[in-house]
Design a protein around this ligand. Structure first.
Ligand SMILES: [Zn+2]
Length: 261
């Protein structure tokens, strides 16, 4: 009886997509490393110049604001016709040069990066792997230590899509509406904490909307940008208030250990 109750609760949780996650950061680490290597090898990496410096600065500041002990890494990929960006589990970020005309300035880049980083900090990859049908297969693959040779290419493409890769190596999977809203809100929090202007975020989504159906591939995996811009405009003042006086976990720990002395 008890098991039955527990199972029912579990299936309810799964059905409602409330965000159950069967995967730990450690389990996803080899998958994240492999997927990042493969997906970012598709285009040449930009390793110097103003745009590169900007990407590195935004990464440093957003990473500090996200306050996770991730092995953060960001690559700027030279792909002017690819308006894309993603962040894989444990903080591996890719920004394609094609998205820079849309982000337009450093605050706009922070908006997009904040959003992508939030998918990683809210563990949306693991949650997506948990809630979709991949589960039995992926668990087995991950338990086996991800021998990519034994993994069927279709499975690998689905896995890569599930953890957030966009591009030829992955099956394109949109995040759920709930995950998108969560990433929008956390993305704004991170931008505010990092000292960026959060009001640039709705402007970025509006610039994307202007492109219409010829818009970036990024748009095909994301909900209506005008709707999101509207929602964010409404929420930003409240989030700014909520984030006033935010301090990182490490600062709080240092403070409490000092107080304990
Ligand atoms: Zn998203």
């Amino acid at each position: 009886m008890r098991n039955f109750v527990r199972l029912s609760v579990l299936s309810l949780l799964l059905l409602s997509g409330c965000g159950l996650n069967f995967y730990t950061d450690e389990q996803l680490e080899p998958l994240s490393v492999q997927a990042y290597q493969q997906a970012t090898a598709e285009y040449p990496e930009v390793t110097s110049g103003a745009e590169y410096e900007m990407v590195q600065e935004v990464t440093r500041r957003i990473a500090a604001a996200a306050d996770e002990n991730f092995p953060w890494q960001a690559k700027l990929l030279k792909a002017d016709n690819v308006p894309n960006a993603f962040c894989l589990p444990n903080g591996r970020i890719a920004i394609y040069t094609g998205i820079l005309p849309l982000t337009k300035n450093i605050d706009g880049l922070a908006a997009v990066m904040g959003h992508e980083v939030a998918h990683a900090t809210q563990r949306h990859g693991g949650k997506r792997m948990t809630s979709n049908q991949l589960n039995g297969v992926t668990m087995a693959v991950i338990d086996a230590g991800l021998g990519s040779a034994e993994m069927e290419s279709e499975t690998r493409a689905q896995l890569m899509g599930a953890i957030g890769v966009i591009g030829q190596y992955a099956v394109t999977l949109p995040y759920s509406r709930g995950h998108e809203t969560e990433a929008d809100i956390w993305g704004i929090r991170y931008a505010i904490r990092a000292g960026f202007n959060p009001n640039e975020a709705p402007k970025v989504w509006e610039r994307m909307a202007e492109l219409g159906s010829s818009g970036p591939e990024w748009m095909s995996t994301h909900p209506d940008p005008l709707e999101r811009a509207k929602m964010l405009r409404k929420m930003i003042p409240r989030i700014v208030q909520e984030e006033k006086g935010w301090t990182p976990k490490s600062a709080k720990q240092a403070k409490s250990s000092q107080a304990g002395r």
